[in-house]
Design a protein around this ligand. Structure first.
Ligand code: SF4
Length: 415
């Protein structure tokens, strides 16, 4: 079996800038909530953030908060709190850990950012079910608990080709949100401002795509594990100049590394595609496991999910509808297989790892024969890892290590 060795991973210099931008974001959000100076909206991660931002809301993303609970390895102890009030251990562990944190009166923001005592209190909760039903159930709990209005978009799912009818449907639903949000914000929607925000989201998305595509280079200057951290601004600050500025800086650094053939994983020999959620509580061990096998996880569905090519400032609401429908998670297996086949070619992939996350069927694509079909089509070997995004009781470290080592050995034999 191929043995793991300790290999240095290259630090990204732009990280300190990102940490500052993220700190400013959380402190601003806290200030808006604590001083009542601005209304606060909670938004699902691929919800209509541009609309909320254009209407002056400070925007909080509970999935980002849940990922922090996972990455700080606190989620597993919080999940039982939500189970105790009837939310099953089998449903989204973002949902259960976030509810658990609320029930315990706990937030990792307090430790990370002195001065923040609690998650900002919402004035409105806005969801989009394009990713899953769980986000609606999650926000519905808070709506009842806090007595806050809950509005959102019910999205088509399992879409093969995005049609005019789909786009029309979601555009109408977005339009219907506007008067409700205007009532809460106390001001009408300024169309010019919305166009500006959508243009900024477009710039952010294009730069983020370029950042991820630096990893098409051999050796790659970036890993999936770096991507899960550096996608923070694309998730919580899209539609702002800060996110755009950040990705310009990050891209310049990665282009420089690419030009000098500086590898993110020293001695890169194998290139892996990761499909599914990260295991937040194991980011570092997983990063070290692959790096120790001279293997770089160079591309992923997860990080690429914040690329929205459809944003168009000239048609803000309609292009938002299209962007949020074209997402991988919204699409049929046939579309997903085409997408994965293209990605594996583009990033010169040697094998695919599918993370079968126990509590997120929506991001687990190994359950209906896709790995086998894709292997038959592309000839690329695959490995399915059982685990979870936040519930570490579903993760077996020994099993993962053994399986990954055996998989890389298989790739070695096939070369
Ligand atoms: S897509 Fe998965 S991880 Fe994300 S909110 Fe839905 S169930 Fe949870």
């Amino acid at each position: 079996m191929k043995e793991e060795t300790k290999l240095a991973r290259k630090k990204i210099e732009a990280t300190s800038l990102m940490n500052r931008i993220m700190a400013d974001y959380f402190l601003d959000l806290n200030q808006a909530s604590a001083s009542n100076s601005r209304k606060v909206a909670w938004c699902t991660s691929v919800g209509p953030a541009e609309l909320l931002r254009a209407m002056g809301f400070a925007v909080h993303f509970p999935e980002n908060h849940a990922a922090m609970l996972g990455a700080t390895r606190l989620a597993t102890d919080l999940i039982p709190e939500a189970n105790a009030i009837g939310y099953s251990p089998d449903i989204c562990s973002y949902l259960t850990s976030d509810l658990g944190a609320y029930l315990k009166g706990f937030t990792p923001l307090a430790k990370a950012y002195p001065g923040i005592a609690a998650v900002p209190k919402p004035d409105v909760l806005v969801y989009n079910t394009n990713q899953c039903r769980d986000v609606q159930d999650w926000f519905a709990w808070y709506a009842r608990e806090l007595g806050v209005p809950l509005i959102g978009i019910t999205s088509p799912k399992n879409v093969n080709e995005v049609t005019e009818a789909h786009v029309e449907d979601v555009t109408r639903q977005l339009e219907a949100l506007v008067p409700v949000l205007e009532g809460i914000a106390g001001a009408p929607l300024d169309l010019a401002r919305l166009k500006e925000v959508v243009a900024l989201s477009r710039d952010c998305t294009e730069l983020w795509k370029e950042v991820l595509e630096t990893a098409t280079a051999v050796p790659a200057p970036l890993t999936f594990f770096d991507g899960t951290i550096h996608m923070g601004p694309a998730v919580v600050l899209r539609g702002t100049p800060q996110a755009v500025e950040y990705y310009r800086v990050l891209l310049a650094e990665l282009e420089q590394r690419k030009a000098t053939r500086e590898a993110a994983v020293a001695g890169e020999e194998y290139r892996i595609y990761w499909d599914g959620m990260p295991v937040w509580g194991r980011l570092r061990p997983h990063s070290e496991l692959f790096a120790g096998l001279k293997t770089n996880v160079v591309a992923s569905t997860y990080c690429s999910s914040w690329i929205f090519p459809a944003f168009d400032a000239e048609e803000p609401l309609r292009s938002m509808a299209k962007a949020y429908l074209e997402l991988f998670i919204v699409r049929s297996d046939a579309y997903k297989e085409r997408y994965l086949a293209d990605m594996t070619k583009k990033f010169r992939i040697d094998g695919i790892v599918y993370h079968d996350a126990k509590t997120c069927p929506y991001n687990s694509n190994s359950r209906y024969g896709m790995p086998q079909r894709l292997e038959a089509e592309t000839g690329l070997p695959y490995l399915v890892i059982s685990g979870d995004l936040n519930d570490m009781r579903c993760v077996s470290d020994e099993q993962t290590k053994t399986n990954v080592e055996a998989f890389i050995e298989q790739l070695e034999e096939g070369k």
